[in-house]
Write a protein that binds this ligand. Structure first.
Ligand code: NZQ
Ligand code: ZN
Length: 399
């Protein structure tokens, strides 16, 4: 089991009406001027906008609104908002929305103090986010259960000009607090709930598929989270006003990528890196890409050395390891497990091929290039290292 540092830092306020904590929390932090960051129209339709404004007014905190953050948040929004932060003397960013708004807040937080350089080329691409010491602290009011961004130190930004979608990491941008009111997710459309379930499932799966076999506690937590997602995923889509299913989904998605569930493990993350390149090109929903690519990736990396990882996933579907069986039989079991995973995604309404979301064969080479956009990257993945040729093969199979 790998050594690890885990600093929770993020205070979680979980439950109905926890928004009432917002004003007091900002006052305690002695915040003077907030950048109130949000997406398009959802928070104005479901009442979250009014709740946030009421809390800011109650605490007598001035704020500047910055809206229009897109799903797959744009680098251009980061630069524009960073300028607003500098011009307006912002000392706190409040991200109100899903993972895209939270991620964008993280990049803005760091880019604010990098006005003269090329933030994309000099910080994002070479993965130097953690070297920047100046930042604006962040708080989140979460409205969509999916990414775990509300309790982690990563943010993913799309550069539409260079067609690259890359993650940025810094311990400083892990939110100071996150407010998780499950009722705020009642208005999320069924297809976005499904996307959240798939994303969280994939975060667990990517962490299970690690070369370390000795982080048994983390494996157990991850399987438990995946079990919850199977139990409540479809149900939440079909029951938009069920508090407990939204609540469990919200906490499961947070736990799936907050550092605790994957403690002591490297994680694989190849599927995520390949998907980010696909959404950089086609601007598709992150989890739709994951649902398509994951089973093809599982087929590609399967061998007798890693079949134990497949059996962990198989335990969710009643396909269990048996010491008596031959290697060939184990590999056959793994194929059944892969089709169970694919069927689970299909049961949530996910497509199974890239062609269905408009991906064209002629863009595959460019998507491979985009997968390896980070400076110095030659292989991705850890359970099996994949080079450019491997990624191309997986994308071609998924087409
Ligand atoms: O813009 P608005 O109008 O708010 O609509 C949003 C958006 O269209 C809508 N929505 C959000 N809350 C809602 C709602 N609609 C109705 N009611 C509500 N309560 O949902 C749409 C999608 O929102 P978005 O924030 O994009 O979704 P998600 O939370 O899935 O975030 C996806 C982004 O996070 C990145 C993905 O790559 C993608 O860019 N990821 C971030 C990670 C992280 N920071 O750790 C890890 C993930 O693997 C992922 O890569
Ligand atoms: Zn993800």
């Amino acid at each position: 089991m790998n050594a690890f540092d885990w600093d929770t830092q993020t205070k979680i306020y979980f439950g109905e009406n926890k928004i009432k904590k917002l004003g007091g929390e900002l006052s305690k932090l002695k915040v003077k001027k907030v950048l109130f960051l949000y997406g398009h129209s959802s928070i104005k339709k479901n009442g979250v906008y009014e709740d946030v404004i009421a809390e800011l007014n109650k605490a007598n905190i001035s704020f500047v609104e910055f809206s229009g953050i897109d799903p797959n948040p744009r680098y251009t929004s980061v630069l524009e908002a960073a300028k607003v932060c500098r011009d307006q003397g912002i000392d706190f960013i409040l991200a109100v929305g899903g993972g895209s708004v939270a991620d964008c807040a993280k990049a803005i937080s760091l880019a604010t103090f990098y006005p003269s350089g090329d933030f994309w080329e000099e910080i994002v691409k070479p993965q130097k986010g953690h070297t920047l010491e100046k930042y604006i602290p962040i708080g989140v009011v979460l409205t969509l259960a999916a990414t775990g961004s509300e309790m982690n130190s990563g943010g993913v930004i799309s550069n539409m000009e260079t067609k690259e979608k890359l993650a940025l990491f810094s311990p400083f941008v892990r939110p100071v607090f996150s407010i998780l009111d499950p009722k705020y997710t009642y208005s999320v459309p069924a297809n976005q709930i499904a996307a959240g379930v798939v994303d969280a499932f994939s975060h667990c799966l990517e962490q299970l598929f690690s070369p370390e076999r000795n982080a048994i506690t983390s494996d157990g937590i991850l399987i438990g989270l995946m079990w919850s997602l199977r139990a409540i995923g479809r149900y939440t889509m079909d029951n938009p006003n069920d508090y407990d299913s939204h609540a469990n989904l919200m906490w499961t998605a947070t736990m799936a990528l907050n550092g605790l569930s994957g403690a002591g493990k490297t994680g694989d993350w190849a599927t995520h890196q390949i998907e980010h390149a696909v959404s950089a090109y086609y601007d598709i929903t992150h989890a739709v890409g994951l649902a398509i690519i994951t089973p093809y990736w599982m087929e590609y990396i399967l061998d007798i050395e890693n079949v134990d990882r497949f059996y962990l996933v198989g335990s969710l579907f009643g396909v269990n390891d048996d010491p008596e069986i031959t290697a060939e039989e184990a590999l056959e079991d793994a194929k059944i497990i892969i089709s169970e995973v694919r069927d689970f995604f299909v049961s949530l309404g996910m497509p199974t091929t890239l062609s269905e979301v408009g991906v064209k064969k002629e863009d595959i080479d460019n998507m491979v290039k985009s997968t390896f956009a980070k400076e110095g990257l030659e292989t991705i993945g850890s359970i099996k290292k994949l080079n450019r040729e491997d990624v191309k093969n997986i994308l071609l199979k998924a087409l």
